[in-house]
Ligand binder design. Structure first.
Ligand SMILES: NC(=O)c1ccc[n+]([C@@H]2O[C@H](COP(=O)([O-])OP(=O)(O)OC[C@H]3O[C@@H](n4cnc5c(N)ncnc54)[C@H](O)[C@@H]3O)[C@@H](O)[C@H]2O)c1
Length: 337
């Protein structure tokens, strides 16, 4: 189901105008974003500490002379200052900062709350303050989970209030959004749905994987897909997530510096994700068993301002999971975080 609804059209808008950008957290989404920007001739400075993306995974990006990797921690003001200086030196126009560095896993947040707080809270504060000091726009990797898990039957707009959130990794998204409001620099939170699909960095360690990728890899190993909580979830393909982040920079508005946009292109229940994987299995002559998928799926709707800035959905789960199947069937060498 296409759920992004065009609420008003304000005319065509361009993609990013900056000739240099800073990407904090060059992981699953950040590496795909960096690749897309480099393909468009934009110079990219990446700030990454290797927490859950081995730095060797960034070697393909490092072959580009337009890519600079700063090995460092977003919670360390000296590292952030080095990264900001590096990107400011590249461009007379104010660069955009894509702040994606975080500990994103709810499960790991339970095991390691200290690291999660340091990366997600302290790191965000350091980045937001440094960006404000230099007058730079921050596009933040926010989460659709800020609306909480009890959204069935509702239509979610950017004006829908925050909901109840039970884990630190996602709770930190509210903190960052509200901190940005307090600090007062140019800020756009892109409230991303669960991201799936293939990119330059693929996670194979389950706590860092999202459900479409996890189900596909399990199905290939011959495991039954167990659906324990068959609720609807907002999803977006990695390519569309990158596009959403890019066009989100256009929402930066000095007269109204705090902006949020929803970035969800499909609402799919966990059971339906399993059934998508089952169909991909059939196409590959593999029987995939699914337990617990509801026969009456619940849903919700999402409205977004993203199409106002030229965003259109390009990928859907039904067609995109075939490539994910092929990737995991080919067997990534070793599990990597
Ligand atoms: N993947 C999703 O489904 C999804 C959905 C909504 C929001 N988001 C958010 O988007 C952002 C990127 O997500 P992702 O899926 O690419 O996750 P990811 O874990 O692949 O990327 C985050 C990167 O940040 C790095 N990092 C962690 N701590 C750091 C630190 N202190 N200093 C520097 N780098 C650090 C990690 O090593 C990793 O490479 C995260 O903030 C995440 O919460 C992701």
């Amino acid at each position: 189901m296409l759920v992004i609804v065009r609420r008003c059209v304000q005319g065509a808008t361009s993609r990013i105008r900056a000739v240099a950008v800073l990407v904090t957290g060059v992981g699953y989404i950040g590496a795909a974003l960096a690749t897309s920007l480099l393909d468009d001739g934009v110079q990219v400075v990446g700030l990454e500490n290797g927490y859950c993306t081995p730095l060797a995974a960034l070697d393909p990006l490092r072959t580009s002379p337009e890519f600079t990797l700063i090995e460092g921690d977003v919670a360390n003001p000296t590292d952030v200052a080095r990264a900001m200086e590096a990107v400011l030196a590249l461009s007379a126009d104010p660069p955009v900062v894509y702040h994606l560095a975080a500990q994103p896993s709810a499960a790991i947040a339970v095991r390691d709350p200290d690291y999660t707080e340091r990366a997600n809270l302290v790191g965000a504060r350091v980045v937001l303050q440094a960006a404000k000091e230099h007058g730079l726009t921050v596009v933040f990797g926010g989460s659709f989970r800020v609306y909480g898990d009890e959204v069935t039957g509702q239509t979610i707009t950017e004006d829908t209030p925050y909901g109840r959130i039970g884990d630190l990794a996602h709770l930190s998204k509210l903190y960052v959004e509200q901190l940005a409001r307090t600090i007062g620099g140019l800020f756009v939170s892109v409230r991303l749905g669960v991201v799936y699909g293939l990119g330059p960095v693929i996670k194979t360690d389950p706590p860092f994987m999202t459900v479409p990728n996890v189900f596909t890899s399990r199905a290939i190993r011959g495991e039954i897909l167990e659906v324990f909580d068959d609720r609807p979830v907002g999803f977006i393909h990695l390519e569309d997530a990158v596009q959403a982040l890019l066009v989100a920079a256009d929402f930066a508005e000095p007269s109204d510096p705090w902006q949020v946009v929803n970035a969800v292109t499909e609402v799919v229940t966990i059971g339906q994700v399993a059934q998508h994987v089952q169909r991909v299995g059939q196409a590959h002559n593999t029987f995939v068993r699914v337990n617990g998928a509801s026969s009456e799926p619940a849903t919700f709707s999402v409205e977004s301002r993203l199409p106002d800035s030229g965003f259109t959905q390009s990928r859907s789960m039904g067609e995109a999971l075939g490539a994910v199947w092929d990737y995991f069937a080919a067997g990534p060498a070793e599990p990597s975080a």
